[in-house]
Structure formats: C-alpha cells, structure tokens
Ligand binder design. Structure first.
Ligand SMILES: [Zn+2]
Length: 473
C-alpha cells in the first residue's frame, strides 16, 4: 500500500511541479488527522511536524537509602507497595543477609526480581519484569554476614521487588539507592513513537542542544516505524548504564504484561560509559552530525515485521544498519545529517563505503553493497519496499532463485537455511531495481548479483554470519 501511494505521489509531483506539495494527503489516516506525519512528494520522503513532539527534561533527585518495606513468605520476600522512581533510574538494591554456616554458594543462589510499572496519564499501561540475578556481586562483612548487591534500570515510573533465598539465609535489612544525580531524564512524547532517555547532564551543554538531539532521535525512530510498518510505541535509551550484559551497547525487548506475559513490544537500548562520551560530544557540538551507535541500537527494535522475517531473515546486524540508513534517507527532517561511524563522518549513502575495501568486517561491506543498489539505480523504493514487504514468494519462484543463487555462489546450502532467505532478499532487490517481471529470469538475476554482490562477499558473509557450517552442505 505504501509503495502504491508513493508511485501515485511521484506522478502528482510532476503535474504540480510549480506548487511544492508538502502533503496533507497522507496514507496513514490516523496520522493524517493530526498532521504529524506527512509526505513530501517533491523528494519522496516522510516529514514529521516537530512542533508536535513534546520534549520534557527533568533532573531527578537521588533517592537515598530507602529501607526495604517488605513481607517474608517462607524463603521469599516481596515489597509491600510500589515505589515511585524517576523513569530510567539506576537502582542499587543492597541486602544484608545472615544465617548458620553460610557459604558463598548460598549467596550466589540469592535471586532478585524487579518489576516496573509505567504510569501515564494516570493509567497503568505497561509492566516489565526482569531477573537481575546476572548483576549479583557480594561482600563478606566482619560479623560473618554478607552484603549482596543487585542493580537494575527502572523501565517504568514505579517499581516493586521480590527476593528469594535458600533455607538457611535470612534477610537482616535491605535498602535501595537510586543513582540519578547528574543525569537528565528526557521524555519525547510524539503522536506515534515515544522516547525515554537517560543521559548525563553536562554544564557545557545547553538544554536546547539536548532537545535538538532528542527530537532528531524521535524523527529517526518514527521514520523507522513508517519505513517498516512496525510500531514500538516506547523506546528507552539509557546512557552511562552499568546494567549491560558484557557488551558496550545492547538492546532488549521489554515485556508489556498488561497484554500478555510474553508480549514484547517496547524496546530498551543501553550504552556503557565509553560510548556515552562519544554521544555527548555530538550533543555538545550541536551541529548536524550524530553517532551511529545509538541509531544502530534503535534500528534493532524495528526488526520484527512478520512478512519481513518470513521472507528475508538472515543476520540482523546486517539488516539493522541498512534499515537505519534507509529510514534516514526516507525522512526529510534528518536526511542531511552527517553520521559518525568510528573515525568516519559522512551521509547515509556513503558512510559505509570505505568498508568496501576492508573485508575484515564483511557485514559492513555487505551493508554498503545493499545501499549501492538503491543509490546507483537512483531508486530508494528498492530498499523502502524491502523493509515493508506486502507479499511473499511461492515455492516455484523460490526453487528457481535458490538454484540460480547456488550456481552463482558455488555453495550448496541446506533447505530451510538462512542462505535461502538471503537469496530471496537479493532477488527482491533485483526485481525492484531492474524491473524483474513476474517470471524468474535466472540469467538477469545472476547478472544483477554480479554487478552488485561479488561472489566472494556473499560466500564470506554466509560463512561468517549464518553459523557456518550449519547452513552449507
Ligand atoms: Zn547490533
């Protein structure tokens, strides 16, 4: 439906060339009503009305040594009430436990759970529970008791907690500290995708610069949503965050328990201190550039289109980058941003180009090869349609495509493998870029691959990113 409207729009732009049309003729009726999203027919891009983005900056106080208010039930304690905390608070839970002949194994088996509830407009609309056991650390005191620590980020405005112990462990006291001094909490409320951001407050960065940056991230998230037809509603970004699992940046689903215990809709992106420094430098500059790392993590959140996965699923580290670049290209608010990637700085269509000569990072090489199809053919619908598929391919087409792809790559991959999805993904690009027709023309498909995707890149990518040798016979 989207591409239909866009093609119609392109004709209209020709007819109305003297009058720039920045459209109220939006395809999404829900958004057309408030005019938040419109379509710019001159340049074939979304435009978001930033005056409808409400950016709220607060500077929360630290909660100091709030004592546990909990009830014991056997070997479990649960909090008696919800505790109000600023959204995205960095929480440290400390429990002093004692018992007869305590061992370190007893301490390691202490479990701690935090549930966050997000209150908005007076109603509970979201809840998340996480097992924070992975963050355990502990310290033995001189009296033989142990202090056990857990940390968590509050993806909500109220939290409750629960702890489980072994039989010979007794809780003597517990406390909660929220480490929020020196941080800004930035809420960006838009008619579609909302952002909640926790970021260090720096005296040499003005509020205006924080707002400018937050609005651009919101434009980006909303463009991702429009480009993929995936709605996340809430994206959480937590910078300078200790609650990160062994990497410098990560993302995770947040469970919406009001709908279903396994309904994962919202998404949280967390960044450690080292990455946060680079992001702060960009905000401080306040110019037209932005760090790729935050855009990369946000883009992961828009990976779950059902038809997309069914057709093209391969390795999301590849698609996440292409999806993000496509969303930037597709959004008039941010299309001219410069992107910082490692030591490089450039526009969306060139930023990965230097990677073409560096095959050590085959995913990055592949990213630019996808981008080159759209850019060289001067047809970004190729990628916009790719991330918004409306149909799938039948078994006859698939068989022919697989056979052609196998002959081109020289790989004999397994039935049901991700290499099959890659073959279909590249076929979808070929069809759109070269007007491939309804029947599979294997020679032209291979000619297309030959032009844009060198055989050695495809082989290297499949071997490195599809769990080789699982994919290949
Ligand atoms: Zn990633």
């Amino acid at each position: 439906m989207k591409c239909f409207t866009k093609i119609a729009a392109a004709f209209m732009a020709t007819a109305l060339a003297v009058t720039p049309v920045v459209g109220s003729l939006n395809i999404n009726t829900a958004n057309a009503a408030n005019g938040f999203v419109s379509y710019n027919y001159e340049c074939d891009r979304w435009y978001f009305d930033e005056s409808q983005m409400c950016v709220d900056i607060t500077e929360p106080n630290e909660i100091k040594y709030l004592d546990f208010d909990a009830s014991a039930h056997g070997n479990e304690i649960t909090s008696n009430r919800d505790i109000a905390v600023p959204m995205l608070s960095n929480l440290i839970f400390t429990m002093n436990v004692t018992g007869d002949n305590l061992t370190e194994d007893d301490i390691k088996n202490v479990k701690f759970f935090v549930t966050a509830n997000n209150f908005r407009n007076g109603a509970v609309d979201y809840g998340a529970e996480q097992d924070y056991n992975h963050n355990t650390y502990y310290r033995k005191r001189r009296d033989g008791s142990y202090d056990v620590y857990f940390s968590a980020t509050a993806f909500g405005r109220k939290i409750s907690y629960k702890a489980q112990f072994g039989k010979n462990v007794t809780l003597r006291r517990g406390s909660i500290v929220a480490k929020n001094t020196g941080y800004y909490m930035i809420d960006v409320d838009t008619p579609n995708e909302d952002l909640y951001i926790r970021v260090p407050k720096k005296s040499d960065i003005s509020d205006a610069k924080y707002r400018y940056w937050a609005r651009r991230l919101a434009c980006y998230a909303n463009s991702l949503s429009k480009t993929t037809n995936v709605e996340r509603e809430k994206i959480y970004l937590s910078f300078d965050d200790d609650n990160i699992m062994g990497t410098s940046a990560c993302w995770q689903w947040i469970c919406d328990r009001t709908k279903n215990p396994t309904y994962y809709k919202n998404c949280a992106c967390t960044f450690d201190g080292a990455l946060t420094e680079g992001v702060l430098n960009e905000i401080r500059r306040g110019d037209n550039s932005i760090e790729w790392v935050e855009l990369h993590e946000i883009s992961h959140a828009y990976s779950r289109g059902e038809l997309f996965l069914e057709n093209y699923e391969t390795n999301d580290e590849l698609y996440t980058n292409i999806r993000g670049l496509t969303a930037i290209q597709n959004c008039n608010n941010i299309v001219n941003m410069d992107i910082h990637l490692d030591a490089l700085c450039g526009k969306y269509n060139t930023i990965f180009s230097s990677k073409l000569t560096d095959n050590s990072i085959i995913i990055d090489t592949m990213v630019q090869r996808f981008i080159n199809v759209a850019d060289t053919e001067n047809n970004w619908f190729v990628l916009e349609d790719f991330f918004y598929p409306t149909s799938t391919y039948g078994p006859n087409t698939r068989d022919k495509v697989y056979t052609a792809f196998k002959s081109y790559t020289g790989l004999d991959f397994k039935s049901g493998s991700k290499a099959e999805n890659l073959a279909i993904a590249l076929y979808a690009l070929y069809k759109r870029a070269w007007n491939g027709g309804s029947r599979v023309n294997s020679d032209r498909y291979i000619e297309f691959l030959n032009q844009y995707f060198p055989k050695e890149d495809l082989v290297a990518y499949i071997k490195c990113c599809h769990g080789f040798p699982n994919d290949i016979i």
